[in-house]
Design a protein around this ligand. Structure first.
Ligand code: ARG
Length: 489
């Protein structure tokens, strides 16, 4: 189990089971087989839901008492004890008992150990099927909001860097061949646009998920007079879910969030591929801070972009988790089946992964320095001004396809003459290819002229790039230098 502690070992289990009952003990005369019990237990994964489980139980208890299902004084005692358990867990004086079957069993057992029969009242009108959905959603609402904050923080950092390098010329690539000159600021904004879509995907999934399953019971609702509107509102959900069976069977939100996480991780992976290339001696565009690179155990000269490589490498997990969830759900008959317990490990791993990678990537980019000279020099020599020469002729009235051919022939002339820029040709040589060329062609061919000529909406011209930065800042209300968000375990 990837982010969970190792399961209990033999013996620890029996010691843990001493004097304890499973929630379903009434049905079976014999104690469960040790290995089988450990196999089906989920406590080492779902223990991270413990505070959400307690929160849900407190709201459930309050509703039970308002509806006259349990006595009011019992509800007061239950609430106080649930709060105490939550506080003890938070301050470390109580730890989750990992011999329990799952987090729900643990909380109910702890309550019953402390309060006797009052503790046994908490589960009225509830099943672990709706309970686990509630805990999972409560956790994801908070976790999702944190993740959105981390994406915003990375966007803000990238926008700051884009502003810094709004006029730093660099080659733009297609097929990893120099294509047309752009600026580093413009390139970084391309990344921010991808992250903005990630943010919207997470928010969208979180909005759709925001319906409360509590009160759905095992699958069919309850014959007790539960007030689902009340618990949904109290727990901060938009509404109760509509259909009890759907409530316990639905895992769309897990797939959607795992998918948003996978896409975001793929974005980070692609950005990291750029970083790895840029940090190589061959490119030399980027100098990683020593704090954000590692050395080699044998080659004393090495400064490796391990962080970027590891972020790129972790995208395999995010994709794998998404496929695991889709595959998990494919064959599951309605409503709840134990297979569904496998949902959390995959999604937790995806969220943990993308969260730490967002933070690592942000730190790495914030600390990197970019080499303006190297980037600008790389703009020269690859004929990335050839489109501009063709567009010059288009402006003079030549059909584009013909202009393209003329420019290509000039590139060939240059290569034959051992020249690396169209600007190295004389005006007469250019006019031999097209009489439309005039002396001002030479002004149009420098990288800075090529960049600033691209003023179309979305283009790479300095001012247009500044406009894009302003749009992204306003749209996301991203002020510069957003404070870093804390790392969550
Ligand atoms: N640990 C279970 C899960 O995560 C809780 C629900 C158990 N329900 C049941 N009918 N066995 O899915």
């Amino acid at each position: 189990m990837r982010y969970a502690d190792a399961p209990l070992k033999r013996g620890e289990f029996m010691a843990g089971m001493e004097g304890k009952e499973v929630l379903w003990g009434g049905r079976t005369a014999e104690k469960p087989n040790e290995e089988a019990f450990i196999f089906q237990a989920s406590i080492c994964i779902d223990k991270r839901l413990v505070q959400d489980d307690i929160h849900g139980s407190r709201v459930h208890v309050s509703m039970l008492s308002k509806q006259g299902i349990i006595p009011q004084d019992t509800a007061v005692v239950l609430d106080a004890e649930l709060l105490r358990i939550a506080e003890e867990l938070a301050n470390g004086s109580l730890v989750v008992d990992e011999s329990a079957e799952d987090v729900h069993s643990f909380v109910e057992a702890e309550l019953t150990r402390r309060l006797g029969d009052a503790g046994r009242m908490v589960h009225a009108g509830r099943s672990r099927n709706d309970q686990v959905m509630l805990d999972f959603k409560l956790y994801l609402k908070q976790r999702g909001a944190e993740l959105c904050g981390q994406i915003e923080a990375l966007m803000a950092t990238l926008l700051d860097r884009a502003e810094e390098y709004v006029d730093a010329l660099m080659p733009g690539y297609t097929h990893l061949q120099r294509a047309q000159p752009v600026t580093l600021g413009f390139h970084l904004i391309a990344w921010v646009c991808a992250l903005e879509r990630d943010l919207s995907r997470f928010r969208d999934a979180l909005f759709r998920m925001d319906e409360c399953p509590l009160g759905s019971g095992a699958l069919a609702g309850s014959d007790l007079p539960l007030d689902r509107e009340e618990t949904a509102a109290h727990l901060g959900f938009r509404a109760p879910t509509l259909n009890a069976m759907d409530s316990v069977a639905d895992r769309d939100f897990a797939i959607e969030l795992a998918s948003a996480a996978a896409i975001c991780q793929i974005h980070l992976s692609r950005f990291c591929e750029d970083v790895v290339l840029w940090a190589s001696a061959e490119f030399g565009f980027l100098d990683l801070s020593e704090k954000w690179s590692t050395g080699s155990s044998i080659m004393p000269q090495k400064k490796n972009p391990d962080f970027a490589e590891l972020i790129r490498g972790k995208s395999g997990r995010a994709v794998g988790n998404l496929v695991a969830l889709l595959t998990l759900l494919k064959g599951i008959p309605y409503a709840y089946d134990k297979d569904l317990q496998e949902d959390k490990d995959s999604l937790f791993d995806s969220l943990d992964t993308v969260s730490v990678c967002l933070q690592m990537f942000r730190g790495m980019i914030a600390a990197s320095s970019f080499n303006r000279e190297r980037m600008e020099t790389a703009c020269i020599g690859g004929f990335s001004e050839a489109t501009d020469a063709a567009d010059y002729l288009v402006r003079k009235g030549l059909p584009f396809r013909k202009a393209h051919e003329v420019s290509a022939l000039i590139v060939r002339d240059c290569i034959d003459a051992g020249q690396s820029r169209i600007g190295e040709r004389t005006l007469e040589e250019l006019q031999a290819r097209s009489p439309l060329f005039e002396a001002d062609i030479f002004d149009a061919l420098s990288p800075v002229a090529c960049v600033n000529a691209r003023k179309t909406l979305g283009g790479t011209a300095f001012d247009e790039t500044r406009r894009q930065i302003a749009v992204l800042r306003t749209r996301g209300r991203l002020s510069s230098k957003t404070a870093p968000s804390p790392i969550r375990k």
